[in-house]
Ligand binder design. Structure first.
Ligand code: GLU
Length: 309
């Protein structure tokens, strides 16, 4: 069987060291397994993604020595495919239109929290629009913007018993989804979960390698695969790089970007060595740097010789 994985960044900012680590994890696995590696730009969210970030990402990835096969896939060009999938889920009766604003949801959650047996109210979305009749749905859909939400109970039932997702290590996780998650956003019509599932299947991805922060998304994605009759990929969730304070590297806490390291004259080979992802490819990576803050990177690179100007 042809093995294939993908790296799927979202161009909502510049590539940071945590993203580079993830990209190199995909690449080392692909080299070791003689698998294909695909690059997908996950840019459906026009409120946060920017074309200049996508361009900068490609430039940074080339600098890093990340090699992918075939054409780059841009999700923003594939919206119709995701809408078709929404149509299929709608025919199955496992999604419903939701007209709620954030404010209405927050008010309902607060009201439920003060009710007796509040501890039973576990679902984040309190189900307001799940209770609308078909006639009410039709009428409001003509007049108001709406999102599509998964009817978690119906979807779980339609998927059948015993659904699991598998990690390459052999671990098996039961799929339990009890929140009516948004599958089609009000503002963009689709969602990350839906787009990722449609594309992983369309691109025949056999292995999904990504950070451990995305493990929480896997259950709903596996559920959507099952509902849409798509093949089951194997997952590899790699540990996240942390900064010196133990926080995970993320755009919101100003993780060091590749472009700032490049500006400082850091060589890609030095960064790869720091991340311990250099050839010969070894899988799984052992003991990646525990502190990947900018100070630690510069300290380490400085100590390792002439990599700095
Ligand atoms: N686009 C997602 C992100 O940048 C990753 C999606 C995935 O690997 O499934 O966080």
């Amino acid at each position: 069987m042809l093995l294939r994985t993908r790296f799927a960044p979202s161009p909502t900012g510049l590539l940071h060291v945590g993203n580079a680590y993830s990209a190199l994890q995909c690449q080392a696995w692909a080299e070791q397994q003689h698998a294909d590696l695909i690059l997908r730009i996950e840019d459906i969210d026009h409120t946060r993604c920017r074309a200049e970030f996508a361009t900068a990402m490609l430039d940074d990835l080339r600098w890093l020595g990340f090699d992918w096969q075939g054409e780059i896939c841009y999700q923003s060009r594939r919206l119709q495919l995701y809408r078709n999938a929404i149509g299929r889920l709608r025919e199955m009766g496992v999604i419903y239109p939701c007209f709620c604003t954030r404010k209405q949801i927050a008010a309902e959650v607060a009201r439920m929290a003060s009710a007796p047996h509040a501890e039973d109210a576990v679902a984040a979305y309190p189900g307001l629009c799940r209770r609308l009749t078909a006639a009410e749905q039709q009428q409001r859909m003509q007049q108001q913007p709406f999102a599509w939400r998964l009817d978690a109970a119906k979807a779980m039932q339609a998927a059948g018993e015993g659904l699991i997702w598998r990690e390459a290590s052999g671990e098996m996780h039961p799929v339990m989804v009890d929140d009516d998650l948004v599958i089609g956003r009000k503002d963009i019509g689709v969602s990350y979960h839906l787009a990722v599932v449609v594309d992983d299947a369309a691109q025949a991805i056999t292995h999904i390698i990504r950070g451990a922060d995305l493990a929480a998304s896997t259950a709903v994605q596996r559920l959507l695969q099952q509902l849409l009759g798509l093949p089951e990929p194997i997952y590899i969730h790699h540990p996240l790089l942390l900064d010196g304070g133990g926080e995970r590297l993320a755009k919101r806490n100003h993780a060091t970007t590749l472009s700032s390291l490049r500006r400082m004259g850091v060589q890609a080979s030095a960064l790869r060595a720091f991340l311990r992802t250099d050839s010969p490819p070894c899988w799984p990576f052992e003991g990646a740097a525990a502190d990947a803050s900018e100070a630690a990177i510069l300290r380490m690179l400085g100590a390792s010789g002439d990599d700095l100007p």
